[in-house]
Design a protein around this ligand. Structure first.
Ligand code: DGY
Length: 322
């Protein structure tokens, strides 16, 4: 009888996903309550046929070499895959999969929640009450910014960007978008394509939904921030490095833009100290997909990808190699 394939899972995942993996091979799950350090990761993957990875795991050719010649698939439990060297893995005939689709609605919900939180100053309001500071209702008290007939600029009209646009339309926002190319969804969403620079200068809120690539790293830098309207807001639920955090902190401090809501950070779990000091920024710790239903669906999809590849079938959601 041939040996069962070794499946390495770099952090605990929901039980329904583990059940699928156990049927497909011998499963090892890291018991550490943190991401594995690079050396630990290389050690853990030795002899693996499949790795179920988290978005903090940097998996490149070196890690694949540490796994050895059995390695066939790396299943990332995330739609983003900037943590994986897809080309380096493809060169070693290792397939990469991600989890598109299942986290679209949850992530758009959080992005829109952040948009509301920053435009209506909810973080600031909560802090005021928790600090037991005096307050009384009056017509000028803690005024926010209304959304109706304002313009939302969506950078990247992929699945999550489209889900954001649907929510925004229900709130009376006009939609403009930019991206590498025009989207087929623009008519249905009544979304107007604009070059990135024009989107920055026309939008009252800019929401980032593009993947992190060499082209989008620091897409929002001091120059881009200066091109935004002075009363505008920035929402980031994609990847931290799309925004130059120190430049954003300076822009928020100096009133270059009105506010920002951030779910992702350049050097997670760190947050630029300049941002932590500001009242006009709402922060959440990478919670875009953090619902019970969505996280379970993500892990199950990753597990089904592993099971399919180990059974010799096509992966359900492969990441195309560059
Ligand atoms: C992803 O899937 O890329 C998200 O960032 C995880 O919530």
């Amino acid at each position: 009888m041939s040996e069962r394939p070794r499946i390495v899972v770099t952090r605990e995942i929901p039980e329904p996903a583990l059940e699928i993996l156990r049927a497909a091979g011998e499963v090892w799950v890291s018991g550490a309550d943190r991401a594995l350090a690079p050396g630990e990761l290389r050690e853990a993957v030795a002899g693996a046929s499949a790795v179920v990875s988290m978005l903090q795991d940097r998996i490149d050719g070196e890690v694949a070499d540490a796994a050895g010649e059995n390695l066939r698939v790396v299943a990332n439990v995330a739609v983003g895959h900037d943590n994986l060297d897809v080309a380096g893995l493809a060169a070693r005939e290792v397939l990469v999969t991600n989890t598109p689709g299942v986290l679209t609605e949850a992530t758009a919900d959080l992005a829109f929640g952040l948009l509301l939180a920053v435009t209506r100053r909810l973080g600031e309001a909560e802090r005021l009450l928790r600090d037991r500071r005096p307050w009384s209702f009056h017509l000028g008290f803690m005024l926010g910014t209304g959304l109706q007939d304002k313009t939302l600029g969506i950078v990247g009209l992929g699945q999550i960007g489209q889900a954001m646009a649907r929510r925004a339309r229900a709130f009376g926002l006009r939609i403009v978008y930019s991206g590498r190319s025009r989207s087929d969804a623009e008519t249905a969403l009544d979304a107007r394509y604009l070059p990135f620079d024009e989107l920055l200068s026309e939008s009252d809120v800019v929401s980032l939904h593009c993947p992190l690539t060499p082209d989008t790293r620091h897409l929002i830098d001091a120059h881009a921030l200066a091109a935004m309207k002075p009363g505008a807001f920035l929402v980031n639920t994609t990847r931290g490095p799309v925004v130059d955090e120190p430049a954003l902190a300076a822009a928020l401090r100096d009133g270059v833009i009105a506010g920002a809501a951030l779910d992702v950070f350049e050097r997670e779990p760190e947050v630029d100290p300049g941002l932590l000091e500001l009242d006009n920024v709402v922060l959440s710790p990478h919670l875009g997909s953090a619902t019970v239903e969505t996280r379970t669906a993500m892990a199950v999809l990753a597990a089904r990808n592993v099971a399919a590849v180990l059974a010799g079938s096509p992966a359900l959601t492969p990441v195309p190699s560059p």
